[in-house]
Design a protein around this ligand. Structure first.
Ligand code: GLN
Length: 494
């Protein structure tokens, strides 16, 4: 049996029918990590012992006939900015190296409640700032489809872990695209839910009005399952909505006949790679064949989403990261003269250059004299963009676009060109600015690299996203194609 990217719904059946034990599954994933992770760099920490111990406990439960929980025995990786009790939570930063979390994030509690097992913590851009995982202060991660390329970011390690069969499911965070963009680059499914759908309790804050925890999986059914397991109201995150969580995974095959889908022309303009455009256009044809009414539309203000995003996200980051000062939290410098020197040196040593850039930019746009010109203006623009999206969502059930303008780019290609790096979020950022849900699913291959299709819908209509995504997936083969990591052995020249 080839376990490479075996889906969770199949694994669950195999466990239930006793075709495989939970321990065997755990060992298969650990062996896979042993085999490929020195090349890929998906993980910052692997909880081998804990995984095996928990697996044995679950096997005992099986022998007593006590299978319960919707993720029973499933190994799940978690981005290293989400707390798992007794595991590190470094945000891939020198600032938090050595920090061990004393508690579980809300989503981790939920996973454990459903008897899922946390396999380890995944690599990311430092404090989730970036689009390639190259900003990790700990190590480099590589795209499983081409080891010379980035996996995307900031949840790059999470996307790799699922794409390369190193985890059955993964949890990431998405502030401006950090789940969808790496999902697109690695050929897996990634969901950013509606703002307020999933509690962020236990996730390290970056941009609090934008951050969401979300899910990464090998196919739509798995993504729907994990999403419904971790969604819902949590008193410890006041932004969570007190709304019932639908059983997304049970209503996937409703079909999309008559569904109105908009194709905003602004997402197909300058900067979009021609081959990516072609893949997405072909995907649109599939949705039409499946009965959707697809129509061009326009959301002119989405052009300003990226500018507004980088002002708002940086402002919020500068405030959220102020606590990492070597006194309240984080790395403390060894040699210092006085208190000011502690702050200065601890932050200089502990934080990487992209994080510093955001803090400087954020402090600037919040400072007296510039607040009105930048931050306040960005908030106004955000409101206008939001209104325009809300209007569009009255007309359509969903809108679709490419997830990213290109496929995965080369390592170092954009590292020094900040603007080019920021532009790779151009299609994903609007969903965070407005708070609507969005999913990325594999929709084609270009020169051996996966292409992602983004679907966005109205607030709390994740069910629509899953329906459309599932309909597409049932008619295509893209989610079944897996990377051959072994093939790329040798010297990658970097
Ligand atoms: N790439 C975007 C940024 O660097 C988004 C990051 C994210 O979603 N965490 O801000």
């Amino acid at each position: 049996m080839n376990y490479m990217r075996i889906t969770v719904h199949k694994l669950k059946d195999m466990i239930k029918n006793r075709e495989v034990s939970v321990e065997e599954i755990a060992r298969i994933y650990l062996n896979r990590i042993d085999e490929v992770d020195s090349k890929l760099g998906a993980y910052l920490y692997v909880a081998s012992e804990g995984l095996l111990q928990k697996a044995k406990e679950l096997d005992e439960k099986i022998s007593r006939g006590e299978i319960s929980g919707r993720l029973f025995g499933i190994p799940i990786s978690v981005k290293d900015n989400i707390s798992v009790e007794n595991m590190q939570n470094t945000c891939a930063s020198r600032m938090l190296t050595g920090y061990i979390s004393p508690y579980d994030a809300h989503v981790v509690e939920k996973i454990k409640f459903h008897q899922g097992i946390i396999i380890g913590k995944t690599n990311m851009d430092e404090f989730a700032m970036g689009s390639s995982t190259e900003n990790s202060s700990i190590k480099l991660s590589r795209n499983p489809w081409d080891l010379n390329r980035v996996p995307g970011g900031s949840s790059g390690g999470s996307a790799i872990s699922v794409a390369a069969g190193e985890a059955a499911l993964s949890i990431g965070t998405d502030t401006g695209g950090s789940i969808r963009q790496p999902a697109s680059f690695c050929g897996v499914v990634g969901l950013k839910p509606t703002y307020g759908r999933i509690s962020r309790y236990g996730a390290v804050a970056f941009g609090s009005t934008l951050d969401q925890i979300g899910t990464i999986a090998a196919d739509v059914e798995d993504c729907a399952l994990l999403t419904e397991c971790i969604s819902g109201m949590d008193k410890r995150d006041f932004t969570t909505a007190d709304m019932e969580v639908p059983k997304y995974s049970k209503s996937l095959s409703k079909g999309i006949k008559g569904m109105r889908i908009g194709v905003p022309k602004e997402y197909f303009g300058e900067g979009l790679n021609d081959k990516v455009r072609k893949s997405v256009e072909e995907a649109i044809l599939v949705l039409k064949e499946n009965g959707a009414q697809v129509k061009e539309c326009s959301i002119p203000l989405s052009e300003y989403a990226l500018a507004a995003y980088y002002i708002i996200a940086s402002a919020e980051a500068s405030s959220n990261l102020a606590r990492f000062d070597g006194i309240r939290y984080g790395h403390r410098t060894k040699n210092f003269k006085d208190a000011v020197d502690i702050y200065f040196k601890s932050r200089s040593e502990g934080l990487g250059s992209e994080v510093k850039r955001r803090i400087v930019l954020g402090t600037y746009v919040l400072s007296e004299g510039y607040y009105d010109d930048y931050y306040k203006k960005a908030l106004k623009v955000r409101k206008l963009i939001r209104n325009q999206f809300e209007d569009i969502m009255k007309e359509f059930h969903a809108i679709i676009s490419p997830t990213c303008p290109t496929t995965a780019f080369k390592i170092n290609e954009k590292k020094e060109d900040v603007m080019a790096m920021y532009l790779s979020d151009i299609y994903t950022v609007p969903a965070n600015i407005t708070g609507i849900p969005a999913i990325s699913i594999p929709c084609g291959m270009v020169d051996g690299l996966p292409v992602g299709l983004q679907i966005m819908s109205g607030y709390f209509r994740e069910d629509i996203l899953f329906n459309i995504a599932y309909s597409f997936e049932q008619s295509t083969k893209w989610h079944n194609i897996t990377p051959d990591v072994q093939k790329e052995d040798g010297d990658y020249g970097i």
